[in-house]
Design a protein around this ligand. Structure first.
Ligand code: HAM
Length: 426
């Protein structure tokens, strides 16, 4: 039997690591400049937290959670997202006494039992950003800006915000009634899922992808025409702030998002090459969530971005990350005495901070130099009987193909002088 990575998971091979390191480093740097602090939360939580926080009638809770009973008989779920866990931690650690808004970010793997396809996995990483404690639409703008900044910094082309407002407990129920009433004339055309959703989670009919539902969705009433005064004011203010910054956005009346906690603002970012099916990020405001989880009434707004999708977008747009530092010196040897000297020299080089490797297995000098070439080394050091007797090392410049002898005592300093910029191992 040949084992394979579980469906919907991926191994991250060494050649992909530069993408991961680069994306995460840039994200950390940028969110840090906006004043967000890193926060770690467990990979698993009580199932109840997600059922309540994300919503019983969502796809995530109904069909996508990795839930199991632990040995103590507790129902545990691998986090399908960060927000519920971060809010639990915010309440548990009394973080509301900190200066408001409390700005937190987290990075790590999340798990959803979805049908895998390009950009959609069962284990995927998220950068999750939350700003907790402020009603001001300028905080929505700040959270959207940090997302935008990350993608612009990475060099993404054709970025656009998709924007909508899903209202609040004052106006959302009225809109749901209007929507359900509109659908009554179309029940015979829409898909089975939408027929079911009308009873459980009516807003979700708006983001159905089934072809027969599209004309019905196109004629559906818009939430933004049914907002209460407060939600309409919040939405108008946010749009005027976005206009001030010249941020392009599209009002998308179909954008409802798949998590129940949203109130007022919801948004996604789409980018060239990845598009509508696979948003690079999604988020919004969740003013009732902390209270729902047992905390005091506290507003909040945030987003999460899938790191695999960002990397996919970088590749589709042909954007290369900088290479990772890699050893540039290869030690080749001929004979047992030279091997021992090479092992000693290898230790000295590494202690001095010069990345170096040697060929093991007593292969021919030719084979060792071929390996040095394939690994993209800048220099190969050759130690044989001659070199040992003379207290020297033969240094081969792998790009120019030239050789010279250097004193063994001086070789560390010689290499330190020449090796300045790191180079990537192919
Ligand atoms: P979400 O839209 O479910 O929102 O996920 C956010 C992002 O995670 C998506 O835009 C996408 O980039 C990535 N993502 C989601 N599912 C997958 C998947 N199966 N494979 C690969 N990437 C995926 C949330 O999770 C909310 N907690 C965001 C939030 C934070 N809202 C407020 N604060």
């Amino acid at each position: 039997m040949q084992y394979k990575a579980p469906t919907g998971t991926q191994d991250i091979l060494p050649e992909d690591q530069p993408y991961w390191r680069y994306v995460i480093a840039r994200m950390r740097h940028i969110v840090g400049t906006y004043g967000f602090q890193e926060m770690g939360v467990p990979i698993f939580e009580d199932t109840f937290l997600f059922a309540r926080g994300v919503g019983e009638a969502t796809d995530i809770v109904e069909k996508e959670m990795y839930t199991f009973e632990d040995r103590g008989g507790h129902s545990i779920t691998l986090r399908p997202e960060f927000t519920a866990g971060v809010m639990r931690a915010y309440i548990e650690h009394g973080m509301r006494v900190r200066p408001s808004p409390v700005k937190l970010y987290s990075i790590g793997p999340t798990f959803r039992y979805e049908r895998p396809q390009a950009g959609r996995y069962r284990q995927f990483w998220q950068l999750n950003v939350e700003s907790i404690g402020e009603q001001d639409p300028a905080t929505d703008l700040e959270v959207m800006s940090v997302a935008w900044h990350i993608y612009a910094d990475l060099g993404f082309r054709e970025l656009s915000f998709q924007l909508n407002s899903t209202g609040c407990p004052q106006c959302k129920p009225g809109y749901k009634q209007v929507l359900v009433a509109y659908y009554q004339d179309h029940l015979h055309v829409i898909c089975d899922d939408c027929n079911r959703r009308l009873g459980t989670n009516p807003l979700r009919v708006l983001d159905c992808k089934q072809p027969q539902c599209q004309p019905v969705i196109a004629g559906a009433p818009h939430m933004t025409d049914h907002l209460c005064v407060e939600c309409a004011g919040h939405f108008a203010a946010l749009q005027s702030y976005l206009d001030d910054l010249d941020r392009p956005y599209t009002l998308n009346h179909r954008l409802v998002r798949g998590l129940d906690y949203y109130t007022k603002t919801v948004f996604e970012v789409w980018a060239e090459g990845i598009g509508a099916q696979n948003a690079v990020c999604g988020g919004g405001r969740y003013d009732g969530l902390i209270e729902l989880l047992g905390g005091p009434p506290t507003p909040g707004v945030g987003f999460a971005s899938g790191i695999e999708r960002i990397i996919l977008t970088l590749k589709q747009q042909g954007i290369e990350p900088p290479p990772l530092p890699a050893p540039r010196v290869f030690l080749a040897y001929r004979g047992e005495a030279a091997k021992r000297a090479a092992i000693r020299l290898l230790g000295l080089l590494r202690e001095a901070g010069v990345g170096a490797v040697m060929g093991f297995g007593d292969r021919s000098l030719k084979a060792q130099l071929r390996q040095a070439g394939r690994q993209g080394m800048a220099y190969a050091l050759v130690l044989g009987e001659d070199e040992l007797a003379a207290g020297q090392v033969t240094v081969r410049d792998m790009t120019r193909g030239q050789q010279e002898r250097v004193a063994r005592d001086g070789i560390v300093a010689w290499l330190q002088n020449r090796l300045t910029a790191p180079r990537h191992t192919p």
